[in-house]
Design a protein around this ligand. Structure first.
Ligand code: NAP
Length: 548
């Protein structure tokens, strides 16, 4: 596309907005959004709180951090040239390599030119008369744009435990989502870690290799299964490159846009021997097959779920030497894959080491406080040199709540969403907030995140192109379409066992006020249906939206 002719055809400016578009966040979403905005000839500025690009992969530098999705199905697909240039080194890329990849992308497309780092967006207020978003940064600087894109991530607001004395700890206290940029040396150190989610499950085996002593404080255990990561040889990478079209086309046809898809059989319709053999195979294969490629009913049918849960429990008992520890590591309050399954590399074996000690803080040793020396339970004080709170995130809507978004008449987005379900159209436009487009907003399809991002950004870029062609400068939702989409999202979630379980996916985080009631926060229907719906909306000329 010719950039100069695009510039001439830019959407008509109303009052003098500083930019055509402002993008909040320079992670995978914000980087690609900027690329597409430039293609449209629009002026854009990306504001990023961190000192550089990368989002999740900029912040999460903790030991063991890596993709648990196949690297070669998890990169950007918009540029065949980029795909041919980049060599993934491992099937499940470690954080440093992933950040290197994103830096390569930023350099290749000269993205930093339109980015401003160390700049946290504090507020974004819609000016109805001027038809623009007025944005204020933490520095106090004000700026404006006709369109506002949120590329804020779904797990970008770390939450610390609300334990008494938390700030009194003398040594360093880290959250993995705000990990230091220089590696932490655990040699000879006594380390405590609170939390056993996907993050801790990746970090624990790595820290255990170095630390003098590692104590894990577990509230609820999580089901986990082996990742089976391995290196990618040069020859293998060359072979993968020849299949990219096929791989990505296949992902687009699966419900979650991963390479895996459910087996149409039902778990209890096959013989116990056949079931066991199938699960043995899945357990020994790399990646998410054990949750996404399993029998179709394990996520919906309690009886089927109980049988797979027992299979995984048996594996934990086989891998952990001490029967009491093994039992403590087996979840009793939720079934396998009803929370997002962490994929691990030697997690269970870490508990066979003499320097690793599991503390069950529900049944054995409730935590009373954090002290200058460590963690005090009802039984004793555990002394540490380093304390890690791998206590998760205020997921999905949390990052939105950090910014004072106000629509027409000064209505705060936070208040609107606090009243129950977020109200969106396709998870991309918030109801009542004109010209605000969300990449990975609540109620959108997610699954394979980079593929979801690309789909979402492409939809939004096409919408902007349509607006330009029709001389529109304002887009907003239709109440009846928001209602219909919200009902679709809720209905899709109803049959899922995961909706009966507290997790970030159901919006529960007891470290955050007002996050104790379960909500539906994502579109859990079929990704293929979501693509079809969005393609049809575009083909029909976006009649489900209102333009001015
Ligand atoms: P998480 O799954 O929410 O886990 C947080 C952990 O901290 C849980 O074990 C939780 O216990 C515990 N916790 C929270 N507050 C506590 C308190 N006050 N006292 C004691 N324990 C407390 O968070 P996460 O591990 O950071 O993972 C979040 C998501 O990030 C994952 O589900 C995944 O989607 C993503 N992730 C992906 C990767 C990857 O791609 N490889 C890696 C890491 C994370 P309860 O369970 O009892 O609440």
């Amino acid at each position: 596309m010719n950039a100069s002719s695009e510039t001439k055809a830019r959407p008509p400016a109303t009052k003098a907005a500083d930019f055509d578009a402002i993008v909040i966040g320079a992670g995978i979403s914000g980087m690609f959004m900027l690329y597409r905005l430039r293609e449209l000839g629009m002026t854009a500025r990306v504001y990023e709180a961190g000192t550089d690009i990368g989002g999740t992969w900029y912040w999460n530098r903790y030991p063991g951090a890596r993709f648990d999705s196949e690297s070669w199905s998890y990169g950007y697909a918009f540029s065949p040239e980029l795909m041919q240039e980049w060599d993934w080194k491992e099937h499940f890329s470690p954080q440093p390599d992933t950040l290197e990849y994103l830096n390569y992308v930023a350099d290749k497309f000269d993205l930093r030119r339109d980015m401003q780092f160390s700049s946290t967006v504090k507020s974004a207020h819609w000016d109805d008369a001027a038809n623009l978003w007025s944005v204020t940064l933490d520095s106090g600087k004000q700026t404006s744009a006709t369109f506002l894109f949120t590329a804020v991530g779904i797990l970008s607001t770390p939450t610390l435990p609300t334990i008494a004395g938390r700030d009194s700890f003398r040594g360093p206290l880290y959250h993995p989502g705000r990990w230091p940029h220089t590696p932490v040396d655990f040699t000879g150190k006594r380390v405590g870690i609170i939390g056993t989610g996907a993050t801790a499950i990746q970090a624990i085996p790595e820290i255990a290799k170095q630390a003098k002593q590692l104590t894990v404080f577990q509230r609820r255990p999580n089901w986990a299964a082996p990742l089976h990561n391995s290196k990618i040889s040069k020859a293998e990478m060359e072979e993968i490159k020849t299949r990219y079209d096929e791989i990505y086309a296949h992902c687009r046809q699966t419900p979650s846009w991963f390479i895996h898809q459910a087996d149409p059989r039902k778990a209890l319709d096959v013989s116990p021997e056949e079931r066991e053999a199938f699960w043995e195979k899945l357990y020994c294969e790399p990646g998410f097959g054990i949750s996404l490629g399993n029998f179709s009913d394990i996520l919906r049918d309690e009886k089927a779920n109980a049988v797979i849960s027992e299979f995984i429990a048996k594996k934990i008992r086989q891998r952990v030497n001490d029967p009491k520890t093994a039992d403590q590591l087996i979840p009793k309050d939720h079934g396998f894959a009803t929370r997002r399954v962490p994929l691990e590399s030697g997690y269970f074996e870490a508990y066979n080491r003499d320097n690793v000690h599991l503390v069950d803080i529900v049944n054995d040793e409730p935590i009373r406080s954090i002290t200058p020396n460590g963690v005090k339970t009802e039984q004793r004080e555990h002394e540490f040199d380093i304390l890690i709170c791998a206590t998760g995130y205020d997921g999905i809507t949390g990052a939105f709540d950090q910014i004072d978004f106000r629509g027409p008449n000064g209505v705060p987005l936070k208040d609107v969403w606090a009243q129950g379900q977020p109200r969106t159209y396709l998870g991309m436009l918030a109801d009542g907030f004109p010209n605000m487009l969300m990449v990975l907003g609540p109620h959108t399809a997610r699954g394979n995140i980079p593929q979801a991002i690309e789909h979402c950004v492409n939809f939004q870029a096409a919408l902007l192109r349509f607006m330009r062609e029709h001389d529109h400068s304002r887009v907003e939702t239709r109440p009846e379409q928001v209602k219909e989409w919200t009902e679709t999202v809720i209905k899709a979630a109803e049959p899922l066992l995961s909706m009966q379980v507290d997790s970030w996916q159901t919006g529960v985080n007891r470290n955050v006020e007002g996050r104790s009631v379960r909500r539906v926060l994502g579109y859990n229907g079929n990704g293929v249906a979501f693509r079809k719906k969005t393609d049809e909306v575009a083909k029909d000329g976006y009649t489900e939206l209102v333009f001015r």
